[in-house]
Design a protein around this ligand. Structure first.
Ligand code: UDP
Length: 458
């Protein structure tokens, strides 16, 4: 009888990284593999709390390691978090793999035989290589953003960016003849308003380049029809997306917050394509002033809206305004702290998605044929926005005024423009079709996933 393999999956401890790797883990477990997912202890606790909603035994085992930090405030500081996990977690990971090996002497099935690590947690690939374990990198974002990251050394060499990732030429950055040039504003490590954070991000991106050499195979949560040209510049990239919860039975969705399960019922009460869904992912933060403008803009449209407002979404108090706003919009607006987003986007009453353009949100919108209104915050979101608005033409962008604030007028105008565009809607429906085909029988992403499964079985 063939040996059962034990696969270890290591995401970066952040919402947009945990969920897609967890979905991939489920696909692997569906093929009879033992799968263990490693998180930091704090993310592990959040994922386990989400498990409560699930029925039946979970085919995936979860473990949590200390991240070397002491408070949640520290964990929200990206520079601190990235530095700490890369220093502390490799040791814990090695110890864990050794412990599993000792405990399973005589039972080879239990021993970890394959590691899949987010390239953002590429230190795990280094540990696997040192321990002689087969491995693959996982990229939870677009192939285009991976191409940009892996070309960092060439961009420095070509004088397009300096050693700290700062663009040296104002306009565009070429990577390959077969890819459209990148805008200097779209560099995924760029944080113009916080150069310390930008340095930390660039250091991190450069570490990805280093860690990527520890594997010759990268799985990416995208699909070929979406990013055909970018695939041509990364040898070894295997597109297996969109990884969607709805395509598989998931026992644990990996949500780090409690989903408000009243959303579906509320959506049921609205006509098809009438609701504006507004959600800016797990990390976007607004000033109170920006928050007020968004709120007034949504209110002015007079159409039903469902808005996800995380308790930590503003960097100043908005409670007083929030109370009166809630009262004013009670008949057509629903505000929740965290939504079951994939379910929401699949609901027929949703008309458009006002998003921060995180890659998961982008893919979830595309896979459901929902027009997008873009307000990127940081990381790869600006690059995703460029693809959404300029390449795929499935959405529009809201622009800031002379102070960078997106006014209520801009919100209203652009939402109405997205809702009224036949071209955008037609492109969205085409995207939905391509995305669904890719993960269905005969589709390229499904074939890639199956060939990966064969590879780890061998
Ligand atoms: N999400 C969710 N409920 C919400 C908001 C977001 O379940 O109310 C999920 C969303 O479906 C996506 C993930 O959180 O899978 C966010 O990932 P993304 O890459 O879009 O953005 P990030 O949070 O990493 O900035």
């Amino acid at each position: 009888m063939a040996k059962q393999k034990h696969v270890l999956c290591v995401p970066l401890p952040a919402q947009g990284h945990v969920t897609p790797l967890l979905k991939l883990s489920h696909c692997i477990a569906d093929h009879g593999f033992k799968v263990t997912v490693v998180n930091t202890e704090s993310v592990h606790a959040q994922v386990m709390a989400d498990n409560q909603r699930d029925e039946g035994p979970n085919p995936i085992k979860f473990v949590g390691f200390p991240d070397g930090l002491h408070t949640d405030k520290e964990r929200k500081d990206w520079a601190k978090l990235l530095e700490s996990i890369s220093r502390v977690m490799p040791g814990h990971l090695q110890e864990f793999i050794e412990k599993v090996k000792q405990q399973s002497t005589g039972n080879e099935d239990e021993q970890i035989s394959f590691v899949i690590a987010d390239l953002n947690a590429g230190w795990a690939l280094e540990v696997a290589e040192r321990m002689g374990i087969e491995r693959a990198g996982f990229w939870p974002a677009s192939v285009s953003s991976l191409a940009l990251t892996l070309h960092i050394p060439k961009l420095i060499e070509g004088g397009f960016i300096d050693n700290e990732g700062i663009a040296l030429k104002d306009d565009v950055i070429p990577i390959s003849k077969i890819l459209p040039s990148y805008k200097s504003d779209d560099l995924t490590w760029s944080v113009p308003e916080d150069l310390t954070l930008q340095k930390a991000f660039f250091k991190w991106a450069s570490a990805i380049v280093h860690h990527s050499k520890r594997s010759t195979l990268y799985l990416c949560n995208s699909f070929h029809e979406l990013e055909a040209s970018a695939c041509g510049v990364i040898p070894g990239v295997l597109l297996v997306g969109p990884l969607l919860a709805s395509t598989r039975l998931l026992h644990c969705r990996g949500s780090l917050w409690n989903e408000d399960l009243t959303c579906s019922n509320w959506l049921d009460q609205h006509p098809p394509q009438s609701v504006i869904y507004v959600a800016f992912g797990s990390t976007t933060i607004f000033s109170p002033e920006q928050f007020y403008e968004l709120a007034h803009g949504l209110e002015k449209i007079g159409q039903p809206f469902l808005w996800v407002i995380r308790p930590d979404m503003t960097d100043g108090p908005v409670n007083k305004f929030y109370g009166t706003f809630l009262q004013r919009v009670r008949n057509h607006g629903k505000l929740v702290q965290w939504a079951p987003q994939e379910e929401v986007l699949a609901h027929p009453s949703v008309a458009c998605f006002f998003t921060h353009c995180g890659w998961n949100s982008t893919l979830e919108g595309l896979s459901n044929g929902i027009p997008l209104l873009c307000r990127p915050y940081f990381a790869d979101q600006c690059l995703n926005r460029s693809f959404i608005c300029d390449v795929w033409r499935v959405g529009l962008e809201v622009d800031g005024d002379e102070n960078g604030v997106i006014t209520r007028h801009e919100v209203r105008t652009k939402i109405l423009a997205v809702l009224g565009s036949d071209e955008i809607r037609a492109n969205c429906l085409r995207m939905k079709e391509m995305a669904r085909k890719s993960v269905s029988e005969g589709g390229l992403s499904l074939k890639n996933l199956e060939s990966f499964i064969e590879l780890i079985k061998a």
